[in-house]
Write a protein that binds this ligand. Structure first.
Ligand SMILES: Nc1ncnc2c1ncn2[C@@H]1O[C@H](COP(=O)(O)OP(=O)(O)OP(=O)(O)O)[C@@H](O)[C@H]1O
Ligand SMILES: [Mg+2]
Length: 234
């Protein structure tokens, strides 16, 4: 098990809807990612990036193909087993943040840890440290409606990183950040991969951060077009 890949997707297809309304969001994607890799997934709007990330993150099931996450084949798992696998392995930064409006920034981050079985004091301490990592200590008690877009994005990042998941999936994590914050958020994700050995897959349109990737995977019209080794030497 320990030498298994972080992500092993083969022939993954996803069709939404049926007949003349069918949308072929993914058309046979193969993607192998080793543990500890820091990868960017790029491509035009509508090319299937969020769909692929959601399938890898076990929040959406493929129409065809095989997916293994951390050595575990996920196709046949029941919803309970999938949610256990998500809790154990995956930190997901969603494109629309998915924060809970009624909870403060700190409680949004702590909630994910409580669901993983961390006690309240431990969850609060870990949430505070995750918010510190993204530079939001001063806003910890604010609710999402009292935060800027970039601050909400950083809360979503803190929530995904709390508990140190071995696989971090980030959908446009720098979209509402200025150039400098986008750069340091990406550097932080890269550090997490280098220091904690986490596997990090970042969907992005943001050419300013490409140089930080170890590998760039390009997707167009639901199919992987090319993969290149990129950026800084490891
Ligand atoms: N739930 C859904 N029902 C129907 N069609 C969908 C659904 N989700 C996505 N699609 C379609 O699948 C295609 C791929 O969508 P996806 O969200 O994966 O694109 P994306 O590459 O993430 O785009 P963006 O860069 O705009 O976020 C699009 O044509 C989209 O309209
Ligand atoms: Mg998307």
């Amino acid at each position: 098990m320990s030498d298994s890949r972080a992500i092993d997707a083969r022939g993954v297809a996803k069709t939404f809807g049926e007949d003349e309304l069918a949308v072929h969001a993914l058309r046979g994607v193969d993607l192998q990612v080793e543990r500890g890799e820091f990868i960017m997934l790029v491509g035009p709007s509508g090319s299937g990036k969020t769909t692929l990330l959601s399938i890898i993150g076990c929040v959406l099931s493929p129409t065809a193909g095989e997916v293994a996450i951390m050595g575990e084949r996920v196709n046949d798992l029941a919803e309970r087993e999938l949610s256990a696998l998500r809790r154990a392995h995956i930190g997901f930064i969603f494109q629309g943040y998915n924060l809970i409006d009624a909870l403060s920034a700190r409680d949004n981050v702590a909630l994910g840890l409580r669901i993983r079985g961390v006690d309240r004091a431990g969850a609060d301490a870990e949430a505070a440290s995750a918010l510190e990592r993204v530079g939001l200590t001063a806003r910890a008690k604010n609710k999402p409606s009292q935060l800027s877009g970039g601050e909400m994005q950083r809360v979503a990042i803190a929530r995904a990183l709390a508990g140190r998941p071995p696989l971090v999936l980030a959908d446009e994590p720098t979209a509402s950040l200025d150039a400098a914050s986008g750069q340091w958020v990406t550097e932080m994700l890269r550090e997490i991969s280098e220091e904690q050995g986490a596997t990090v897959l970042v969907v992005t349109h943001d050419a300013r951060i490409f140089e930080l990737a170890q590998r760039i995977v390009r997707i167009e019209d639901g199919a992987i077009q090319e993969q290149e080794r990129a950026g800084r030497a490891q």
